[in-house]
Write a protein that binds this ligand. Structure first.
Ligand SMILES: [Zn+2]
Length: 154
């Protein structure tokens, strides 16, 4: 097992901790709960305590904490370089025109395919109305002709 700096090593705690698990310690008098957890990222063990009066857990892997702090510092530094980053993107963008065209073709084709059934249904509905109107006109004319001939026969 890899030794990790800043965290109790697995070797130091493994005897008291079930493999892959955690150990719970409850102080009956204060109701304070603690547990020993293994950091999934660094493999080290750390103590986490529940502070009942504040309803919060405290304690974490020191390496995770250090990495999070570094990430925050890096983000703060990066925030000051927004213009530089935008310029880099603007410089790179023209290199991706073929990709933009290809993806646009795919997106348009997918969109067209997705809306096609609705358009077909609307075209079919209009055709139905048109055909119905034609047939109605023809049948009406036949009936009028029949009525005329029937009247003429009288
Ligand atoms: Zn960690």
């Amino acid at each position: 097992m890899k030794k990790t700096e800043g965290c109790p090593t697995l070797e130091q705690t493994s005897e008291a901790v079930p493999p892959g698990g955690s150990r719970y310690i409850v102080d009956e008098a204060s109701g304070m709960r603690s547990e020993e957890l293994r950091c999934a990222k660094h493999g080290c063990w750390y103590l986490r305590t529940y502070i009942k009066t504040l309803a919060v857990w405290t304690g974490r892997c020191e390496q995770c904490g250090a990495e999070e702090e570094q990430e925050l510092q890096a983000r703060a530094l990066l925030e000051k370089r927004k213009g530089e980053l935008r310029a880099k993107v603007e410089d790179l963008l023209p290199n991706y025109e073929a990709q933009v065209r290809e993806q646009t073709e795919k997106d348009v084709a997918a969109y067209t395919a997705s809306i096609r059934p609705d358009f077909e249904a609307e075209v079919r509905r209009r055709l139905w109305e048109q055909l119905h109107g034609q047939i109605e006109t023809e049948e009406l004319a036949k009936l009028v002709a029949e009525l005329k001939s029937a009247k003429g026969a009288n």
